[in-house]
Ligand binder design. Structure first.
Ligand SMILES: Cc1ncc(COP(=O)(O)O)c(C=O)c1O
Length: 344
């Protein structure tokens, strides 16, 4: 069989030759002693790009979100977040389990936005029966909503609500570079009003491993301690950070190819009978395709596609998710469309 066309996620990207080269020659040291020069450089670069005081390198986005939430809240406080957010949906309830921080989910609209009034109503008062509110957690781009983007002004609105009530805001910006491309702005503009951001190197940016948390110096000190607590402090992590530096330098520039491929895929999926894509939600590199419930379920479609070498994830009974990335070419998108059109 030819090379598999893997549209399950942008996490499947393999390191580029330049990344492998940089990894092989990375200068390293013990990062728990703060002595890995390549990790230090990655953290400084990340903080600068995001316009924040400091950064810390973590193994995964999940851990980045966890240590951020732990570092903002006191045990027993409640975390406000979207009911379709990655933190709520896909991270094993870790802040509740590890930190004693219950979640208070609020409805995400189809673009991943929270209703400002719902946020206002959700903030707890002084009733001793209720857990005090500790944090507002947002996501941009929004994975489960199909890679949709919150604008800077939407973020400002939600941050202002939180801040005037004394609450910090954490942004799960796993794909913040995709959001910045869509908004035609700098990532630092998206990060400006939030107190912390977690962003991933190992998704569209193509690095093999790693995320960064950015925020104020004192906050990052707490994140470093919590990273140690959950076992995420690494030693000669410079071999990973070296790939991360290439990811930050080179890869944001090519994300537009993924966005164009997603647009093309979505438009043409819409021409296939029994398949429907809400084009308004196709903003970055994720395409959610809804299937006619009179036909086979999504798991059947993904199993059939797998037989012809195309991998996609079922995201519910009648929904398929396609994610474009730098290991998928336009020609492979064409092949995928042909395969979809001929499925039984
Ligand atoms: C929005 C979002 N946040 C966080 C994560 C978690 O990242 P990781 O898989 O590195 O733990 C993901 C992963 O897909 C994600 O899509």
């Amino acid at each position: 069989m030819n090379k598999l066309i893997d549209l399950r996620s942008d996490t499947v990207t393999k390191p580029t030759p330049a990344m492998r080269e940089a990894m092989a020659h990375a200068e390293v040291g013990d990062d728990v002693y703060g002595e890995d020069p390549t990790v230090n450089k990655l953290e400084e670069t990340a903080a600068e790009i995001m316009g924040k005081e400091a950064a810390v390198f973590v193994p995964t986005g999940t851990m980045g979100n966890l240590v951020s939430i732990l570092s903002h809240c006191q045990r027993g406080q409640e975390v406000l977040l979207g009911d379709k957010s990655h933190v709520f949906f896909y991270e094993r309830g870790n802040a509740a389990v590890v930190g004693g921080l219950p979640y208070h989910p609020l409805p995400n609209d189809r673009f991943g936005m929270l209703d400002p009034q719902e946020v206002i109503n959700a903030v707890r008062g002084t009733d001793i029966h209720q857990p005090p509110t500790g944090l507002l957690c947002l996501e941009n781009t929004h994975n489960r909503c199909g890679g949709t983007v919150l604008s800077v002004s939407q973020l400002e609105t939600l941050c202002q609500i939180a801040h005037t009530r004394g609450l910090p805001v954490h942004l799960d910006g796993a794909r913040i570079f995709n959001a910045a491309l869509y908004l035609n702005c700098k990532v630092s503009e998206i990060a400006a009003e939030v107190d912390s951001v977690q962003f991933c190197l190992s998704k569209g940016l193509g690095a093999p491993v790693g995320s960064l948390v950015v925020g104020r110096q004192a906050f990052i000190g707490r994140v470093r301690a919590n990273r140690k607590m959950v076992g995420g402090s690494m030693r000669q992590a410079g071999v990973l950070a070296a790939a991360g530096l290439i990811a930050l330098a080179d890869m944001p520039l090519r994300l537009y190819e993924d966005h164009l491929n997603a647009q093309y895929l979505a438009e043409n999926l819409n021409l296939i009978p029994g398949v429907e894509v809400d084009m308004a939600t196709v903003q970055t590199n994720i395409v959610m395709a809804d299937l006619d419930p009179a036909g086979p379920v999504a798991a059947h479609w993904s199993a059939q596609l797998k037989k012809v070498g195309v991998l996609v994830n079922a995201m519910g009974l009648y929904r398929l998710r396609f994610v474009t990335h730098y290991d998928v070419s336009r020609a492979e998108i064409e092949t995928t469309l042909k395969a979809m059109a001929h499925l039984e």
